[in-house]
Design a protein around this ligand. Structure first.
Ligand code: CA
Length: 456
């Protein structure tokens, strides 16, 4: 395995080694909080974190942005269940963002300017913002990726007028439909922000079915909250976004679901928690306190007995403002796909802490690399990012991905060693069409793809 994936940088290694010793010492003192009436199984809200002065956050205040989709759940649950407060972050403001573009604009100005310090992101938005590729005046705003928020929970919805025309996970039977539409009104598909997850899922799915996303269809950006309305009025044939929106399409009988992202790539990377680097550099302990709160929320969310309550908290008017039932069924891995197909499989549900492949929360560098490679595939990023075995992409990832802070926070929170990955790579990934992504050989992956905007 390459240095990029196997070794942690010397700076980070020394820091981690020092902290492990401290954490080991502290664990002896803190493992069994001597608080009267506070058993370990009880709600942890009132427990000990504040009593460790070495881990006390530099500030209790932060402003985090979120988009009302299931990806935001760890942030909302950490606030509502008191997990942020438990680690000293008593003044976390969650700020609902109207669109991904607003989130980008707000992180550019930071909370001091009335914006946000960080929050929920599609990938690789933190890398693109760091490089100044999607900011105003191409200003470089360094950001750090701190943890993954979720896997699964996303899907591709199709308007009902296309029922029975072969549009499903595999598109072989629908190819002639796309060709026919191309000469009249091209099939129109939307995502919520260009060059990131939702755009990449829809492109991957179309291209795997032999449909060229740049030549055979029309793609455009629409904020997730508007996707339902646009499909209702017939201006959109398909869209890709997080629950509850695709599932809502089915419940409201506007459309059906062609595919869950869990079907396109089982246990795929999805959205992440990332913050402005200047905020993290100034508040490293507060950053880890936030991480510990998120980790605890992620574990709470992965207990399926808690999911009914989670759906109620998220559905509330100040968050998603919709009936909890729309969230509750997918949360158990139950999807009525709306075309006669049903899925009832817990392994297809959203996971926040752990899935079949290991940690969900830990931000694997190999996943950052896939998002960047996919940007190169579609010509969004220049090819030099992947030259010399992706040296430029790896340099950027090493700057942005702070898996070292995740490890430190996990150790301080007493997370079991078995739940802390030992490599920054999750290894070879496989997609539904049999394509494999070997993070050690990104060019090989690109070469294997028939439809792309890059020549190798
Ligand atoms: Ca998403």
């Amino acid at each position: 395995m390459s240095d990029f994936f196997q070794q942690f940088s010397r700076r980070k290694f020394l820091l981690t080694a020092g902290l492990s010793a401290t954490a080991a010492l502290l664990k002896g003192c803190l493992g069994n909080p001597p608080e009267p009436g506070n058993s370990q199984t009880q709600s942890t809200v009132r427990s000990v974190a504040n009593t460790n002065p070495e881990q006390a956050p530099e500030t209790t205040k932060v402003k985090l942005g979120y988009i009302p989709i299931v990806e935001a759940a760890p942030l909302i649950i950490a606030k509502e269940k008191g997990f942020f407060a438990k680690y000293g972050m008593t003044d976390v403001e969650l700020s609902k963002q109207a669109s991904w573009g607003s989130a980008r604009d707000n992180v550019e100005i930071g909370s001091a300017g009335g914006g946000i310090d960080g929050g929920q992101w599609q990938m690789p938005m933190p890398h693109l913002i760091t490089e100044g590729l999607i900011t105003k005046g191409n200003q470089k705003i360094p950001m750090y990726v701190l943890c993954q928020l979720i896997t699964h929970g996303n899907g591709i919805a199709i308007a009902n007028k296309h029922q029975g025309k072969g549009i499903s996970l595999r598109l072989a039977a629908a190819k002639s439909l796309f060709t026919q539409l191309k000469s009249t009104t091209p099939f129109t598909a939307a995502f919520t922000f260009p060059h990131v997850n939702q755009d990449l899922w829809i492109r991957y799915w179309l291209a795997a079915g032999g449909i060229d996303p740049d030549k055979d269809v029309k793609l455009l950006t629409v904020p997730s909250a508007q996707t339902v309305a646009n499909m209702k009025t017939g201006t959109m044939d398909a869209f890709s976004t997080g629950d509850p929106w695709p599932y809502r399409i089915v419940k409201d009988k506007i459309g059906f679901m062609a595919a869950l992202t869990a079907e396109i790539w089982k246990n795929h990377p999805e959205e992440y928690f990332a913050m402005r680097a200047d905020w993290v550099d100034k508040h490293p302990k507060a950053t880890k306190a936030l991480l510990k709160g998120i980790m605890e929320a992620q574990q709470w969310l992965d207990n399926f007995d808690n999911r009914k309550q989670a759906a109620e908290i998220l559905g509330a008017r100040n968050y998603f403002n919709l009936p909890a039932q729309i969230l509750a069924e997918p949360y158990q891995g139950k999807y009525d796909m709306g075309d006669g197909r049903t899925i009832d499989d817990k392994s297809m549900a959203a996971y926040y802490w752990k899935d079949e492949k290991g940690s969900v929360s830990y931000p694997y560098k190999s996943h950052d690399l896939w998002f960047i490679v996919e940007n190169v595939r579609w010509g969004f990023l220049p090819q030099d990012y992947i030259a010399n075995n992706a040296a430029k992409a790896k340099e950027l990832i090493n700057k942005v991905n702070r898996e070292d802070l995740w490890r430190e926070a996990a150790k301080e929170a007493g997370i079991a060693t078995a739940d802390i990955p030992t490599s920054t790579s999750r290894g070879i990934e496989e997609f539904f069409d049999g394509t494999k992504f070997n993070p050690e050989k990104p060019e090989e992956y690109l070469r294997s793809l028939k439809i792309k905007r890059v020549s190798l």
